[in-house]
Design a protein around this ligand. Sequence first.
Ligand code: PLP
Length: 372
Amino acid sequence: MIIDSLDHLRRRRSAKWRRYPDDVLPLFVAEMDVPLAPAIADVLRAAVESSDTGYAIPGADLGEAVAGFAARRWGWQVDPAKVTAVADVGVGAVELLRALTSPGDSVVISPPVYPPFFHWVQEAGAQLREVPLADGRRLDLAALETAFASHPAAYLLCNPHNPVGRVHTRDELTALITLASRYGVTVISDEIHAPLVLPGATFTPFLSLPGAADVGVSLISASKAFNLAGLKCAAVVDGTRSVASAFPPDARWRTGHFGVLATVAAFTHGDAWLDGLLGFLDERRTQLGTLLHDRLPWITWTPPEGTFLAWLDCRARPDEEQPARRFLDRGRVALEPGLRFGASGAGYVRLNFGTSAEILDEATQRMVRAYR
Ligand SMILES: Cc1ncc(COP(=O)(O)O)c(C=O)c1O
């Protein structure tokens, strides 16, 4: 995987490259610096050449592409008829929460977790209930049981879990299904990072497990693994109950046309490219471990099992400032502040290693400078 030079990358106009001035190295938001997969670039180029820039009409091709990918990658048999296109995972989650909750209902999340989980629950008008991860990494099944006993409407599962990079095990998910069916809680499984599970770990799609279809609904997308976040397409995969049929009728018009074209191309023709990416990210993960060990030994981390995001514990250097502030102000490197992921993220930063070896090297040098 050849990554463009920093000068070239700075020509991009996405959030990663526009948010901070040019002297800041951006490793914050979850966009990768990789080039587009050729199969996706071809389909988008052809659309531009024929001025094919109208509305999306996601049809059977999206469901079939999702089903083909799920079967090849994870042995998960998805019925294409149960796949509904949405503009992105955030929109899908909010629409699912609106469909599943009534005023006064609560929804459980497990921080530290992707910051919009907090916002989505509020946007849908539900009450937030936090059940933090056990040891900062694992689903706390005992605490979830206590929370589920008060009958929340839903549990928002993040698998793989952003920011800690954990891939929940089959046994943990099976126990979650038991709890969800015992207490009548619907599990919304956000599996956006699933295609990015790295060598050494195995992803279990929630809905592939016995009993899950009766209690769950999943969200998947090509946008993280193929770097398509700006194109606006994700997919709801329904279980037994068709939650997506309760979506507002206009929701189908909000999905991006380029997003659907790119997602179908990614999920149909992207396997070999994705395998190359996973090998590349595995190397970056190893490189980051070496750089941290050699240059920033006071930072501790558990290498993620999936995603290109590293959750770094900087609490060994307590400071008046949060570490992300100090890395930005003194090192000119932008990392995601841990506190955005919940109170237990105090003293942590999230670093995006979906970039070149050179940029990762430079970023850790800047991090050293920030604490000199
Ligand atoms: C767990 C998780 N869910 C959802 C999203 C955002 O997805 P989308 O841009 O499709 O709303 C992200 C982005 O990084 C994420 O990490």
